[in-house]
Design a protein around this ligand. Structure first.
Ligand code: NI
Ligand code: MN
Length: 230
């Protein structure tokens, strides 16, 4: 099974699983100052959304309407997407998972906010745990503080890849992200949610070195539009 990850900037990723395209937290050009790809360019079969903030959902409706992709989100965001013209939407909620054709999606605990761009109630924020059909596990922490609940993921076998925010200010900073990588027993880490806005400036190369030194865990710092095989 071939899986690739594309970084679009900030916390927006594409995951291609044997030709099925997942887009995580779509926030693309020109709204996302780091992104080069727009909502008109990206291919999507599924759009997965961790929480309601604009820097994670700005392009979800546009992509879903253009491509006919199915959105996957918590129940409150699902209701908002349907109200706003998204036809194929699958609701989940925290602690629950569902087996899609490409693998299982489970929403995990995140400590953050989730208000939608128009002020609607976006429910509780979440992380996303993907278990692909080949058994590979990829954890998108979403916007969150470090939480002891991450140990539940580590205790349940850990993850092959953890995508963790390191920006500080709105989410975990680098020191807490190192502890998160240990809690979820990550084999590999990709940092995100940094350098998009002035309050979240970080040095991801220093983070990667500190993570390796403290834990032995490998880290890949992706440049925008990099594609990683995993
Ligand atoms: Ni947020
Ligand atoms: Mn965010």
């Amino acid at each position: 099974m071939a899986t690739t990850i594309t970084f679009y900037g900030h916390a927006t990723f594409g995951v291609n699983v044997d030709g099925t395209n997942l887009v995580i937290d779509p926030f693309l050009a020109p709204n996302n100052p780091l992104a080069t790809v727009t909502a008109d360019d990206v291919e999507a079969d599924y759009v997965l959304i961790t929480h309601g903030h604009g820097d994670h959902i700005a392009d979800a409706i546009g992509i879903a309407q253009r491509t006919g992709a199915t959105t996957i989100s918590n129940y409150e965001i699902y209701q908002w997407l349907e109200k706003n013209g998204v036809e194929k939407a699958h609701p989940l909620h925290i602690g629950g998972g569902f087996d899609f054709p490409f693998g299982r999606v489970k929403l995990t605990i995140a400590h953050h906010g989730s208000a939608l761009p128009d002020g609607s109630n976006g429910g509780n924020p979440a992380g996303i745990l993907l278990t692909l059909n080949d058994g590979k596990r990829i954890y998108f922490a979403g916007d969150t503080a470090l939480t002891y609940d991450m140990k539940l993921i580590g205790d349940a076998g850990g993850v092959d890849l953890a995508v963790l925010p390191i920006g500080d200010n709105f989410t975990m900073g680098p020191e807490d992200a190192i502890r998160a990588a240990e809690f979820v027993k990550a084999k590999h880490v990709i940092p995100c949610h940094y350098n998009t806005f002035p309050p979240i400036q970080q040095d991801p190369i220093a983070f990667a070195a500190d993570l390796k030194q403290a834990t032995g865990i490998d880290c890949t710092v992706m440049q925008v539009d990099d594609i990683l095989e995993c």
